[in-house]
Design a binder for this molecule. Sequence first.
Ligand code: M6R
Length: 605
Amino acid sequence: MCGIVGIVSNKSVSASIISALKKLEYRGYDSAGISTLINGQIKEQKCSGRVDNLEKILFQNPSSGDLGIGHVRWATHGVPNQVNAHPHSSEAVSVVHNGIIENSDTLRNEYKDKGYSFKSQTDTEVITIMLTDFLKQNDLINCIHKTLKKLEGSFALGIIFKDYNNLVVGARRGSPLAVGYGHNENFIGSDSYALKSMTNKISYLDDGNFCILYKEKVEFYNSDKKKINKEIFELSYEDNTAEKGDYRDFMSKEINEQSYTTKKCINEYLNTSKNEINILNLPLEAKKIRKIRLIGCGTAYHSCLMAKYWIEEFTSLDVDADIASEFRYRRIKLDPNDLYIFVSQSGETADTLAALEKCKKNNLKTCGIVNVLESSIARNSDLVLPIHAGPEIGVASTKAFIGQLTVLYLLTLKIAIDRKDISSEEYSKLILDLRNIPDLIEETLNKQKDIQEIARDFIKAKGTMYLGRGLSFPIAMEGALKLKELSYIHAEGYAAGEMKHGPLALIEDGMPVIVLAPKDRFYEKTISNMQEVIARGGKVLMITDDTSETMSENIRFKFQIPKTNSSINSFLLTIPIQFLAYHVALLKNCDIDKPRNLAKSVTVE
Ligand code: M6R
């Protein structure tokens, strides 16, 4: 949540800060701001709303200055207005912050007692005041060090100082911060993606450390203010697919990329000549694993849930899927013989990262399934399995979900064959079926028009339900999440068998209900549940691979997915539920790529 950027250069920095902020907007978009140092004075400009608004302000009142910081906000403390927008500045310093200062109330009172007054409701402003206060009696390094020591919670910071006209400071604890190296200019940013157009040479600040950027060098300090060296990585320019091209928005582009995503992922992991899955060095030998625990948030949690069904289907292992924000605080019996798998597109989700840290502290074996290879989860996991989806910009996760499913399915098959839980004939057949999935996804993507038609039914709906059983249940959950976040319509994903235990009471005449009913071993049961919904007036959108006409007169609409092996129907069921959420949101004029109140990367708890 929140994106920060800082640049020190030999030329004016405001245009570069604005363009980096636009890349960071996926992290927050309720206000934006910039501070630059001009002739020894801090100039702060900020506004509520998007970076476009800030750009207009800068157009009217341009900012020169060869060093500066910028921010896009996802509000935690204080409403998203201009006063609470970052930067927060005194005459002496200006600060941008990503994270939450947990002891801000205590610090506020302490500094109020010292005679300081506060302008905003934010937790961040205490940092500005503390730096201002410490500067009075300390040199720069001690001022930063003493301030950071007093802070509790998580932060990534960008700071400029009135009296230090050649440097920008970056610091982190808990929240990520990348450092970029240019020619006569250096950068900090919440992620390397924001800096990609300016440099491909990157370091990552370690937890508790801070750095000082000068235009010709970068100095790194650890939490004891000792100077340290940092490794520099070269980012590849491959996969630089973060442009919309001819698409209306990133989400439609990313939905349409899913056939390619699965193909690429399968190619990366599958040695086709030997029919082997290249997942080597599992932190625990497959045969020795006692139990698998999968952990994630939101869509990534739904991938975990899907994998739980697959692991149960194909292996003899015990398996659990957990929501990271619950896992991190539960009194779970952690066992060194268990494998802990963390799924996250961004690799920076605070709860997932904290759950991983809990496991690391207990010396457990961890595996991270991520899209962003430079992320904290990737860097802290014993084994990293990338999903190879390329940058996902739309806040609603689509191609990352399909990528996560692909890797999780391959991992399941790898564990199953290594444990000899499936025969080599069954394994070969399952691999063959998976290799056909990209084409079947493509075929399903071409049927978008069918869903476009039915989307109208949902515009005025008070609410809706997504029903599925067995392997379709996680996709029902995912469908409901997509509709909620994109179109702001209340939606529930339910195990169809649960309907009679309460939710059936919600069904009334004309209520749209989505039923996921592929012809698998749950089909008949799902159809019975569907009949119960129809009998109470529900208007059913049935998504199925069943080609028979039997149900046609009773259901409002039937969306046909291609036939495949029933264990991987989920790949194909995913496409119509994404399209449905997309088209309903479009009809309701919602902001597709930036739904209200949300952010792409949830780096606060
Ligand atoms: O980056 P992550 O995969 O860890 O993000 C987890 C969730 O915040 C994310 O999947 C969220 O639920 C999406 N907006 C759903 O579309």
